[in-house]
Design a protein around this ligand. Sequence first.
Ligand code: GDP
Ligand code: MG
Length: 439
Amino acid sequence: LGRRINSAVSDLTRSPNLDEKAFDGMIKEICKALLDADVNVKLVQSLRISIKRTVNFKDIPPAVNKKRLIQKAVFDELVKLVDPHAEPFKPKKGKPNVIMFVGLQGAGKTTTCTKLARHYQTRGFKSCLVCADTFRAGAFDQLKQNATKAKIPYFGSLTSTDPAQVAAEGVAKFKKERFEIIIVDTSGRHRQEKDLFDEMTQIQSAIKPDQTIMVLDATIGQQAEAQSKAFKETADYGAIIITKTDGHASGGGAISAVAATHTPIAFMGTGEHMLDLERFSPQPFVSKLLGMGDVAGLVEHVQALKLDQKDTMKHLAEGVFTVRDLRDQLQNIMKMGPLSKMAGMIPGLGQMMGGMDDEEGSMKMKRMIYICDSMTNKELDSDGKMFVDQPTRMTRVALGSGTSVREVEELLSQRQVMGQMAKRVGGMSKNMNKAQGAM
Ligand code: GDP
Ligand code: MG
């Protein structure tokens, strides 16, 4: 999926006539890729509309890095979809927290309930498991084996045919023994769907869980929406755990489930082993969905933009001046204007802009900022020497920002001038600190 989205965007940014038609074509291509990744059809529709709204094609100045802008819009929209802005359940210490698992047979409930019990166990919660799956022969055995491996106390019955009663017994026993996390595993299969849902409701009213968690298999694709909705209506769960994210599933189903039920994903299963459970957070999930490479850099980039320039003063005091510091300074100057005067205040910059009028100068500075915005965090926070050691970096940044290698070089030598100045200032302020310390 990531590759397809990236290539759709690349095709657009490479095409010489960057017109609105090409832009629409690219959005269509991205939506197709999302549909193939099992993101729900209606969601893709609304995504298409909001990307078009966010990236107002006509308003993008020519030098702005369109590729990043578009990718960021796709990224942001997907994060929005997968983030219901609701906190998943947080268990409380010193009281019993009863958690009931629901979900279809094979979704991964039995595996995951042991993982979760272990997760809380290692965080200091006294945890245990109750098997309320009396439907499947061998269900209790499976839970027993997992629980024993994880050293988690468990409860179940080999003979009972009343899951609500077994669940109630187990929960009562463990409550009495002052367990803090009591996880109740349930069945997921019945001859009739209605029977399954009836059973779920009966168990729920028997144990009154503090939290119900829906376990959802990431590989079920487009069924995710219907399935999560049906369970939501009956069991009104407050969190989702999505399993088998280690497989080939593209994860679009998870997005659909969250969007359909407005329920947060609390964890995700990343393998069959007991330790394969990770906390879910929207940003890394979406960047994985979109293909790590470019998008990981993009997230970094977006975060970098949010950093303000407090760091520059701190850096100066330490005698350091990074590429990012230069970027922040350029941005500030542009805000302050008039440029001809302001540029003169930065060593070296006045010379570089000599003979330019304000408009030319401001264009020049904008291009320098675009160059910075095409760099990774690591590059921004460096002194720029890595570009000299690896000239391909320079080419990449020039291409990414729609500028030239010569301009990137120019920016880096500007950074060098500032770096030397910072060293002097930093040395001075260090001496001053020393002097003050001596007083
Ligand atoms: P249940 O019927 O809902 O209780 O599902 P189970 O816990 O029995 O799991 C069904 C199968 O899925 C088992 O073979 C598990 O090992 C496997 N499984 C569960 N979670 C994951 C996961 O996160 N990744 C992988 N690869 N397999 C999983
Ligand atoms: Mg099971």
